[in-house]
Write a new protein. Structure first.
Length: 367
């Protein structure tokens, strides 16, 4: 919005040429998102407190979490407001990739909002029925698949995925690619939702992931950089750096209020929308497989739940009594029950996330 206004004024005011640079707009977006989070955070917390919109703690969870009962939830609106506004202001709104990522974020944000609304205000414990969430995720993945197939910039690479570590290695999935899109977006959305169980854990990891994807988006949108690093050049993908930077800034700003002891939780409004955005960015940049490294902690959290469920059902079938593989899943609760303090679990998971993010960047020159 502002970009298009300033573009028309560049002939009269030369300093406005700065807005032609993606790096400048990405930096401004990150700062703006951070400041918006700081400003609206207390207001949102006050509104949620006033309307008694608080988190319900599951009785079979760690006992130390019972003190968090009543903490305002649905704080994902802070993230959504602070990421969407800078994106709409500083990105090229006629860019198809920006349109897709904004659509994906809002879509899953609405589904998450409905889920939180049913759980917190209507007191329906399970919230939105799981299969309805899944249907929403499948529809989103299908719409994005169709959208991508219509884009001229994806005409030669629409069904291809890049293989990390291998030079110029790509796999063409053909008609099976839409299924991968659905899997990546829904899987990432659910994985972030599972990870959001400790103060600051998901927000910190998301900030790391989106910072890395901001750099990848910028590189992928530069034909000189992408040729040098042997990665797919995707026309217009540099604009995604604005969104990713805004998301990183938004998550850091939100973390100010979500750090231990948390004043607010993001709820499904935040976890489902940010997770879907992360998966969508990976799809648009053709980094679906690299996402498993960048978001490795999210992957491990989701896998720990699957292991727990499968092992419990297997032991119940073979011995007549279900046993747990972990003390509790997702895995962060296992370490809590093993005696780690919550902040230690969060800090160490952040460190692992940062190491994985840095390692993912080295894959471009390993090849």
């Amino acid at each position: 919005m502002i970009y298009h206004i300033f573009k028309n004024l560049q002939d009269s005011y030369s300093f406005l040429n700065l807005f032609e640079y993606i790096t400048f707009r990405a930096g401004i977006s990150a700062i703006a998102a951070l400041l918006i989070s700081f400003i609206i955070g207390p207001w949102v917390i006050h509104i949620l407190h006033k309307n008694q919109i608080g988190e319900e703690i599951r009785p079979n969870g760690p006992k130390s979490h019972m003190k968090k009962r009543g903490t305002p939830t649905m704080g994902g609106v802070i993230i959504l407001m602070s990421v969407l506004l800078p994106t709409l202001l500083f990105s090229k709104l006629n860019n198809s990739l920006i349109q897709i990522i904004v659509f994906s974020t809002i879509w899953m944000g609405l589904i998450g909002f409905i889920d939180d609304y049913l759980k917190v205000l209507k007191k329906i414990k399970r919230g939105l029925i799981a299969r309805y969430k899944m249907i929403g995720q499948i529809i989103l993945g299908s719409l994005i698949s169709y959208w991508i197939f219509q884009l001229p910039e994806f005409s030669n690479i629409s069904t291809k995925i890049s293989i990390p570590f291998l030079k110029n290695a790509e796999i063409d999935l053909g008609i099976f690619y839409p299924f991968l899109i659905i899997l990546v977006i829904s899987g990432t959305s659910n994985a972030v939702n599972l990870t959001d169980g400790l103060d600051g854990l998901a927000a910190g990891l998301l900030a790391i992931c989106f910072t890395v994807f901001s750099a990848i988006a910028y590189i992928s949108g530069r034909i000189d950089f992408s040729n040098y690093l042997n990665i797919l050049y995707i026309q217009g993908s540099g604009e995604l750096a604005i969104f990713c930077s805004a998301m990183a800034g938004s998550c850091i700003g939100y973390l100010w209020y979500n750090s231990s002891p948390a004043q607010i939780f993001m709820g499904d409004t935040g976890s489902l929308s940010t997770g879907a955005a992360l998966g969508t960015v990976a799809v648009l940049l053709k980094k679906e497989l690299l996402l498993f490294i960048i978001g490795g902690v999210f992957v491990f959290e989701a896998i720990s739940v699957m292991i727990q469920v499968i092992y419990f059902r297997y032991t119940r079938l073979t011995t007549g009594k279900g046993k747990r593989f972990f003390k509790m899943a997702p895995i962060h609760h296992h370490f809590e029950l093993a005696g780690w303090h919550e902040t230690k679990v969060v800090t160490r998971f952040w460190i692992i996330g940062l190491l994985l993010a840095l390692f993912s960047l080295t894959t471009f020159k390993i090849r």
